[in-house]
Design a protein around this ligand. Structure first.
Ligand SMILES: [Zn+2]
Ligand SMILES: [Zn+2]
Length: 136
């Protein structure tokens, strides 16, 4: 029983390390269900929680929508499409000065920050022609 649980966890971790789509628990479940027929969504959630608490993956909560999971644990920003909800890594160096600025104005001990950029992905962006029409 214990062996099986950790084997499932390893598969979940492996899946998250090899995707950059920042999937939610449902996606993970759908992918692994084919390989592990007796897998339940509850087990996926439990193992995701354990992996987050172990610092092996990070959870990206997006308010009222589903939490997304990221196999990359080094600090990085994300860009999110407001139309289709896709989440991508944003290749911009983390601004460590922001932590210092926040620290100087807060009684909290500032440890980290999170920045999400929102916009439209290439697929969802309006075509340049339509944009020109709007401008005129
Ligand atoms: Zn999009
Ligand atoms: Zn990421």
């Amino acid at each position: 029983m214990k062996y099986r649980k950790s084997r499932q966890r390893e598969k979940i971790l492996d899946l998250l390390k090899h995707t950059d789509t920042h999937p939610d628990a449902d996606w993970v479940y759908g992918r692994l269900k084919k390989q592990i027929p007796n897998l339940s969504l509850g087990t996926v959630y439990r193992n995701l929680r354990i992996l987050v608490s172990q610092g092996q993956i990070q959870k990206l909560p997006f308010g009222s929508t589903f939490d997304r999971y990221d196999g990359c644990i080094s600090p990085h920003y994300h860009v999110i499409c407001e139309k289709c909800g896709s989440v991508h890594d944003f290749n911009m160096a983390e601004n460590i000065d922001i932590n210092k600025m926040a620290q100087s104005q807060s009684s909290y001990t500032i440890m980290r920050h999170r920045i999400d950029f929102y916009g439209l992905c290439e697929k969802c962006s309006v075509s340049p022609q339509i944009a020109v029409e709007i401008n005129n």
